[in-house]
Ligand binder design. Structure first.
Ligand SMILES: Nc1nc2c(ncn2[C@@H]2O[C@H](COP(=O)(O)OP(=O)(O)O)[C@@H](O)[C@H]2O)c(=O)[nH]1
Ligand SMILES: [Mg+2]
Length: 423
């Protein structure tokens, strides 16, 4: 691996963590980070259309394997004339997945200039070629990476008329397309036989001249593309960050509002309970509820029994009122960590109030005196925050905050990459 990438990759990972869909753009930026890398020229097109041979003729040396079989299966590169020439396998419907990924890498990741190769004898473009060419033209609009359409093997045309026909058909398919007709075999014969007319008619010298012009524009195009990609990624990170910020704000507002609703409701319920209990707790004189029944009273309705029943009913009513409020706010069971083996005891009511209240004095202390009331409020609020919904909300807030931190880190990493720290 290139040592220049040692600092690029960790920063890129921070960015990728929040915009995973930008993996390709970051990979391309990684290529662009090698500022001094020679402009890369590659071929794209179907197999056997003469891609490898075209590169050989353009370079003036037999570097890449030419064959009637599928010869090029991986990427091979050659440095010549201050250019990096990259031969790629053909893009065909029937290609093995691996070949295709090599071709994709050459075209989309590595190339500064693409030579789209189509053999004249094949006539019109097929659907796959049209789509690819269209995608390359759109990419050129966006990134300024250029694609030249090279019509190869024109020596296979019977005459100029047939060539003109094929050319017109292709332009009809892709309006505005500039065609560059070449014949590698003519070029070779011209070179070997020293025949300058054949050389000219091969179209190769003209394509070489055009390629030189296009290559001169590569540094500017790279700068444009680099800036474009950084700007697009940064914008996406910022947009996501803004969305997360408003989501966090909404969550916090909901958290606050819910608590306020619960607290106010609880206050109102406790006040009502207090009022309802007043007639029971404010008993004047000796409390008959405290006088135990004798064996003789077993089947009699005594004052003590009646008062104890009143206390019991009053307490039950208080509990029902409070429970109704708790249930309305999703506070019922105890958090898992506090649960016992007895399900009926695992409620917030039992945890806060105990199992039962038997004495008038206890009722007063708990529900009617400020200290007792404050204690109740505090306990219920405690369990309220531990309830499932509240915990889930808290969790969501924590996740959103973590995402926001990741975005802040991604922005920093992106800025550092842009400043060239990763280059
Ligand atoms: N007649 C003719 N044959 C060519 C030309 N260019 C390539 N070929 C032949 O077409 C076949 C495939 O060429 P190659 O460059 O390997 O195609 P690739 O699969 O696209 O790389 C080979 O047999 C070449 O010799 C050309 O300009 N004229
Ligand atoms: Mg080839």
């Amino acid at each position: 691996m290139n040592p220049q990438h040692d600092s690029f990759d960790p920063l890129a990972r921070e960015v990728l963590a929040v915009v995973p869909g930008r993996a390709h753009d970051l990979a391309r930026l990684r290529v662009l980070a090698q500022a001094k890398a020679a402009p890369t020229v590659t071929v794209v097109g179907k197999y056997n259309h003469g891609k490898s041979r075209l590169l050989n003729e353009l370079m003036g040396r037999d570097v890449f394997a030419v064959a009637d079989r599928r010869e090029t299966v991986t990427l091979s590169e050659h440095h010549h004339a201050e250019l990096r020439w990259l031969d790629a396998p053909g893009l065909d419907a029937d290609v093995a997945l691996q070949d295709d990924s090599h071709a994709q890498e050459a075209t989309w990741l590595q190339a500064d200039v693409r030579l789209f190769v189509h053999a004249a004898k094949e006539g019109e473009l097929d659907a796959a070629e049209r789509h690819l060419l269209q995608a390359l033209r759109e990419d050129q609009q966006r990134t300024r990476r250029q694609t030249l359409f090279v019509l190869t093997q024109v020596d296979q045309m019977s005459d100029e008329e047939q060539l003109a026909k094929v050319s017109a058909a292709i332009v009809g398919q892709m309006p505005g397309l500039a065609l560059h007709p070449v014949s590698s075999t003519r070029h070779r014969s011209g070179v070997e036989g020293g025949k300058s007319l054949l050389l000219q008619r091969s179209g190769i010298p003209a394509l070489q001249a055009l390629l030189r012009e296009v290559v001169e524009q590569v540094p500017g195009a790279r700068q444009h593309e680099r800036s474009l990609l950084f700007t697009e990624i940064a914008r996406q990170v910022e947009q996501q960050q803004a969305a997360l910020e408003s989501a966090l704000l909404a969550l916090r507002q909901r958290q606050q509002q819910q608590r306020q609703d619960f607290e106010q409701g609880l206050q109102a319920v406790l006040e009502k309970v207090h009022q309802d209990l007043l007639p029971v707790v404010e008993f004047q004189g000796d409390d008959p509820a405290l006088v135990p029944d004798t064996a003789a009273d077993e089947f009699k309705l005594t004052a003590g029994k009646r008062e104890r029943a009143r206390i019991h009913v009053a307490y039950s009513r208080a509990c029902i009122a409070i429970r109704a409020h708790l249930i309305q706010h999703g506070v019922e069971g105890l958090p898992a960590s506090q649960q016992t083996s007895v399900a009926s005891l695992d409620t917030v009511m039992v945890a806060v109030l105990g199992i039962s209240i038997k004495y008038r004095a206890d009722l007063r202390r708990r529900f009617c005196e400020p200290a007792g009331q404050a204690q109740l409020k505090q306990s219920f609020l405690h369990y309220y925050e531990l309830s499932e919904d509240r915990q889930a909300l808290q969790q969501q807030i924590a996740i959103t905050q973590a995402e926001l931190h990741a975005h802040a880190r991604a922005r920093q990493a992106l800025a550092r990459l842009r400043e060239g720290e990763g280059a």
